[in-house]
Design a protein around this ligand. Structure first.
Ligand code: UDP
Length: 241
């Protein structure tokens, strides 16, 4: 078995990551590819928890911008994450993995209620845990939920999946001379206003010394390489080494 650097990780998947090349919804090609990547890691005994976003279906801010009550719109956004979580669970189960969805909002008929100790127990028993419904509160994001759950379950790293291969000093799509960081501090992310995660999520990771690894999910085997401690993406830490 390969020697992994991390044993317990929290993977943050945005709704957009599940959308693939579509404009909306879930692309089965993406969820199947994810399952193919995660399965061997799971078989090796890696403890994998996932926080899934909902932006591919509904975002509270978009609803609020069109006149909805913000809290109501956010509740819809949280329900969107439940849809994604159930879809991911279904695909992973079809690939033979043992998966539990735990929701921060009570929807007992479709998912377990989130209970921290139970989530840790699931991981110890070799189950993948998908956290749905964000933090369970409006005005938050699933990035903040990822930071919170990573801390709560004592994950060793929060792996933030994106469509770029790390953190740059400016948008690499617009600026070809953009410089990629291998390592960066939480403070630099906050003061330079780098769009990694929202400030609440970054601050929570900072306060609890939770490393954030930003990496490209579209590149095959990146999750495995990251778990093995190979150089992938950008890591956000307390102090650069
Ligand atoms: N949301 C919320 N509270 C949370 C997490 C999410 O109200 O703790 C809502 C919010 O409306 C957000 C939506 O759920 O727009 C989807 O989450 P997010 O935008 O973080 O998803 P992603 O960008 O990761 O796809």
């Amino acid at each position: 078995m390969p020697k992994y650097k991390y044993k317990r990780v929290l993977l943050k998947l945005s709704g957009e990551a599940l959308m693939g090349s579509h404009d909306f919804g879930i692309d089965p090609e993406v969820t199947n590819r994810l399952a193919d990547e995660v399965k061997p890691l799971w078989e090796d005994g890696e403890q994998i928890a996932i926080v899934v976003g909902g932006g591919n279906i509904f975002r509270g801010l978009t609803g609020a911008a069109s006149g909805m009550d913000r809290a109501q719109a956010d509740n819809m956004g949280m329900l969107a994450t439940v849809i994604n979580a159930l879809s991911l669970q279904d695909t992973f189960e079809h690939h033979g993995m043992d998966v539990r969805v735990m929701s921060a909002l009570e929807i007992r008929q479709v998912a377990e209620v989130y209970i921290r100790r139970r989530a840790i127990r699931h991981l110890e028993k070799g189950r993948i845990v998908i956290f749905a419904a964000g933090t369970g509160n409006p005005y938050f994001t699933t990035d903040t939920a990822a930071a919170l759950r990573a801390c709560e379950i004592n994950a060793e790293v929060l792996m933030k999946a994106t469509k770029v291969d790390g953190i740059y000093d400016k948008d690499p799509v617009k600026y070809p001379d953009a410089k990629k960081y291998d390592q960066i501090t939480y403070l630099d992310v906050l003061t330079e206003n780098l769009q990694v995660m929202d400030a609440t999520a970054t601050a929570l990771c900072h306060d609890n010394k939770m490393p954030i690894l930003v990496f490209n999910i579209d590149q095959k085997d990146n999750i495995k390489s990251a778990l093995l401690g190979k150089h992938v993406g950008t890591i956000v830490v307390e102090e650069e080494s």
